[in-house]
Write a protein that binds this ligand. Structure first.
Ligand code: FE2
Ligand code: FE2
Length: 407
């Protein structure tokens, strides 16, 4: 899971459920992260706040930061009920469940002794941007864990096969989040994920939006991990930290998760087959692509530290994700039209102006006033991307008379 969204309404999930999830997480990720008793003063110099020794205060949420999600679980139950939705291909879902049960990565996430030393060698600005990268990635993975775990729990009675798939996907995300949090502890700053579970806001998305958004976030996650992995295989001198060596198998988890959501979309023709579905497809693609582009360009230093060119890397990931998405979404943005990335590059400039003004030592109302023209241009930019001619896509059509799926 690696997406952020524009919808800001939120609601909390009940505390007992969340407690159970955190316990399950601890079991899956083999216990809580152990952090050295005294946080080194170095981290304080880097400007990070700690809530106690070695435990970092989570970064403040913003429009672009990873979020936790919740949904209408009753509607999800109806969505996966075979009685209501006979299009659900149970044989396909059972085959997917069997594959998840094989647990290809059961023995993959085992750390070695090189982690701690490699972290010690990363100093100065690079250290700070590494910690930020690990925190964002950990939060995004943990967000997936919470959502899938809850879905696994809630769908148990109506759709046991789907429930088991969600539970096994939450197993994968728990491993990913745990591995990243352990990596943060190499830098003497881990996250208290239990605290975060109880205290972070949950953004509410209707089930169909959860399906679009999670599909995209899994696929973009796959392309991000595999692209970083392949780049570092070609340029081993930039392999500053052993975490990236795990990305090849790791990204296959994300790919499998994405394929599951593709199967769900195929089973619900109304999610991929009318004008409304086309608009939402385009909207979610653009939200995910633009958010990543702006986020990563805000953190160019990180990508450069491992020898990647931020713009090239982002454009490659977006183009590839869009190709995967075009196989299932009915419409996708035309990202290979040169105007698209030109527009995104302009938005990067406006975004950096907004951040620059935000960091000035001036009264807040004055800063807002100064930011307004750039905010307006950002909104206009998003709108331009939205109204640009999209690409017709998708692999599923409904035969108009029978209402059956035709591939
Ligand atoms: Fe993951
Ligand atoms: Fe995933």
């Amino acid at each position: 899971m690696a997406f952020s969204a524009m919808n800001k309404s939120s609601r909390q999930i009940s505390a007992p459920t969340r407690k159970a999830e955190v316990r399950a997480f601890s079991r899956r990720s083999r216990g809580a992260v152990k952090v050295s008793a005294t946080a080194s003063s170095q981290e304080k110099h880097l400007g990070f706040e700690t809530m106690r020794d070695g435990i970092k205060v989570a970064a403040e949420e913003s429009v672009l930061s990873p979020r936790f999600y919740t949904t209408d679980f009753d509607e999800m139950e109806r969505m996966f009920s075979l009685d209501i939705n006979p299009n659900l291909n149970l044989a396909e879902l059972e085959a997917m469940l069997a594959e998840f049960k094989l647990d290809y990565n059961q023995k993959h996430f085992v750390r070695n002794e090189t982690f701690k030393d490699a972290a010690e060698k990363i100093q100065g600005d690079a250290r700070k941007i590494f910690i930020e990268f690990l925190e964002r990635s950990c939060t995004a993975e943990f967000s997936g864990f919470l959502l899938y775990k809850e879905l696994g729990r809630r769908l148990k009675t109506t759709s046991p096969v789907v429930a088991d798939i969600f539970t096994l996907m939450s197993r994968d995300e728990a491993r990913h989040a745990g591995f990243l949090n352990k990596a943060m502890s190499d830098f003497n700053l881990a996250l208290d994920l239990g605290f975060l579970t109880k205290n972070r806001k949950y953004t509410f998305f209707k089930p169909k939006f959860i399906i679009y958004a999670t599909y995209l976030s899994e696929k973009i996650g796959y392309w991000r991990y595999i692209s970083i992995y392949r780049h570092l295989q070609r340029n081993p001198d930039n392999q500053l930290y052993p975490l990236f060596e795990y990305f090849e198998n790791w990204c296959q988890d994300e790919n499998r998760h994405g394929d599951f959501f593709a199967a769900v979309l195929k089973a619900r023709p109304e999610l991929v087959n009318d004008w409304e579905a086309k608009l939402w497809s385009r909207f979610f693609c653009l939200s995910v692509y633009i958010t990543m582009y702006l986020n990563d360009h805000q953190r160019t230093a990180f990508y450069e530290s491992i020898g990647l060119k931020t713009t090239e890397f982002n454009q490659h990931v977006i183009i590839e994700t869009n190709k995967s998405t075009a196989r299932i979404f009915p419409e996708v943005p035309d990202v290979e039209n040169p105007a698209f990335f030109k527009q995104l590059d302009k938005m990067v400039v406006y975004n950096s102006k907004i951040l620059e003004i935000g960091a000035m030592d001036l009264p807040a109302p004055l800063k807002t006033l100064m930011q307004l023209p750039y905010i307006e241009r950002m909104i206009a930019g998003v709108f331009q991307c939205f109204i640009a001619s999209p690409l017709e896509a998708g692999s599923v059509d409904i035969a108009p008379t029978q209402g059956e799926l035709v591939y």
